[in-house]
Write a protein that binds this ligand. Sequence first.
Ligand code: AP5
Ligand code: MG
Length: 188
Amino acid sequence: MPNIIIFGAPGSGKGTQSELLIERYNLHHISTGELLRGHISRQTELGKIADSFISKGQLIPDNLMIDIFADTIDNNPAALKGLILDGFPRTIPQAEGLKAMFEQRGMKVDAVIGLEVPEAELIDRLLKRGQVSGRSDDNLETINKRLDVYRSQTLPLRDYYINEGCYCAIEGTGTVEEIFGRIVEAVG
Ligand code: AP5
Ligand code: MG
């Protein structure tokens, strides 16, 4: 089974499209954002650390994130049957960490689905979601910070995966179904 990274800016539709991909390809979904929010709501030690970064729109430090991710894979036997990674990796060091982790486990990244959406639409979607989500990072100030962090720390991964030969650019606007159709066409 393939290991797929769903990549894109905050609000680009990673979570939404992951749900459809899981159904279609029977993959195990790991969303690092959801995982961290779970720790925050259970008020674990990790949750307290995560909250201090997430509410400011900053990334959790790479070493910590890579360790959390390795633990998650090792505690989920289903992960070995094919993964959809949503929100990880998010920096070049995380991508290098993932590569090493996958190599040790006989796995590889098969495709990076890059959801490309204009910034005005991202802000619009996140502000709308902010009215109901209860997420501490869905307010205009933190959304702008998340977009800055995305541009400076995460967007370089686009070129990284283009060089690795596995990046598929997907136009991320239109209806959810239209976008999913483009993904299925690209992944095959
Ligand atoms: P994370 O939870 O990953 O959030 P994000 O990347 O900011 O992205 P979102 O979840 O907000 O958006 P999405 O792309 O999933 O879009 P969605 O489908 O929800 O990370 C949160 C934080 O955790 C980070 O800022 C960081 O602090 C920390 N973190 C997580 N991973 C980390 C890592 N690896 N390293 C370090 N720190 C990490 O859609 C958005 C909205 O738009 C929804 O309301 C949806 O219904 C709507 N929508 C979706 N598609 C469409 C469409 N086609 N048309 C109209 N509306 C649409
Ligand atoms: Mg998400």
